[in-house]
Design a protein around this ligand. Sequence first.
Ligand SMILES: [Zn+2]
Length: 152
Amino acid sequence: MGAQDSLEIQKLFLSNLISQKPYFKQELPSYSEIYNLDGKRISHSLNLVETTKNPLQHSENIAITQALERTKSKYLENCILLSTLEPCTMCMGSILKARIAKVIYFLQNDKGDGISYSPIEWIYQLNHFPILEYVENKEIFSDWKTFFMDKR
Ligand SMILES: [Zn+2]
């Protein structure tokens, strides 16, 4: 997957994200999509923690489970996961187990509970650590801020 494809997928993701915004009222504004090498979307999900009262139902975890079901494969080695927020350490576990090739996110986790906080020594020992790409996005940052201001 070249740099140009990655940009195309980012554009698709950001435009799909707009249609998901009405659902951001209850759940954290976390949204994930998984694409294959051909740039085809395989799965997408919002967070469903509040809806299902299950703290494991992060958008990344749900999108990974759906992508595995839909591709009927054990791994997602040629897949790219995009998420509004940097995946947490729980979702990082799922990303590693599913062998996702690349993760693109648009807002950094500033609490230390994020995939980019993995120690470098540990990353080198793993065979399937994904390429991480952080792309700053002011609109996603502002969705996040609005969500927490409305909750107060
Ligand atoms: Zn997570």
